[in-house]
Unconditional design. Structure first.
Length: 281
């Protein structure tokens, strides 16, 4: 009930601040694809909120998409606090070197800049800056011992886990999830998502954070460039999946519908409303 209300608010804000139609073409459609334009128009009709009076300038659409998505996730996740207790921070454009399991990448990047022969062998940029990060604060012993005496002062155990703040008083926050936001999907943007994901996987010291992506792309075949396959991205989330499904069914086109239903049944594409629950896992 409340998450549905927040989802409606999310769509209302997106429509008011970002979605703009010029000469019959929504600004999240590919003007060169009649199918993309038709699906985007159907999605806009189904959302049925007032649209922006002018197009966001430059790269503003992507920045606004990140901010509005972050706010939705933060507010929704609060409703699930009993399922995933803790002190959490939702942030935008945080370099991964700020987090406990990626502190070392700053030194690694510096070494590669100084030793170009190593850079050629080991690869490129290690300092990934995800669009949205979900971070958890380490926990004080007083909170750990709130119901039982789990740990004691001076004990030589539990000394290295980053969840216990007393282990490293100046430790960074724990990276729980990264979320890449793509207002639209083109081949280069899809590749950026996978490159970022692989850097997060390969360079961690500890468990892999959730790696997710959110998009408003109307063409299922383009969403598939990021959603299909496993091993790097947990899942792709569409900003309006039920509306997208209805739009594709209305527009027709067996290839697009088959691709869309395949991603949904294959658990590679979900709605934005599913994302807060998946963060609670």
């Amino acid at each position: 009930m409340f998450i549905a209300r927040l989802r409606n608010k999310y769509h209302r804000n997106l429509c008011k601040k970002i979605v703009f139609i010029r000469k019959g073409i929504p600004n999240f459609a590919d003007s060169g694809s009649k199918t993309s334009v038709a699906i985007a128009l159907k999605i806009t009709d189904r959302l049925n909120y007032p649209l922006a009076k002018k197009a966001p300038p430059g790269q503003t659409a992507g920045i606004l998409f990140e901010q509005i998505t972050k706010d939705f996730l933060k507010d929704s996740f609060k409703l699930l606090h009993h399922l995933r207790p803790g002190k959490w921070l939702f942030a935008i454009n945080q370099n991964i070197s700020h987090f406990d399991r990626y502190e070392h990448v700053t030194n690694l990047q510096r070494m590669l800049q100084e030793k170009t022969e190593f850079a050629a062998a080991l690869g490129g940029d290690y300092l990934v800056t995800p669009d949205i990060t979900v971070e958890r604060y380490p926990v004080a012993d007083s909170e750990i011992n709130q119901t039982t005496g789990a740990v004691g002062v001076g004990e030589r155990i539990c000394q290295y886990t980053p969840l216990r703040s007393s282990n490293r008083p100046t430790s960074n926050l724990i990276l729980h999830s990264t979320i890449s936001c793509k207002w639209t999907m083109r081949s280069d943007r899809a590749q950026n998502i996978r490159t970022e994901a692989l850097n997060l996987i390969r360079n961690r010291k500890g468990n892999t954070p959730h790696i997710m992506a959110v998009t408003a792309e109307p063409l299922p075949t383009r969403i598939a460039s990021s959603a299909l396959g496993t091993g790097d991205i947990d899942c792709v989330y569409h900003f309006a999946l039920p509306e997208l499904l209805e739009a594709v069914q209305a527009v027709g086109g067996e290839d697009q519908l088959e691709m869309l239903t395949g991603m949904i049944s294959g658990r590679r594409l979900r709605d934005i409303s599913d994302l807060p629950f998946d963060l609670a896992v």
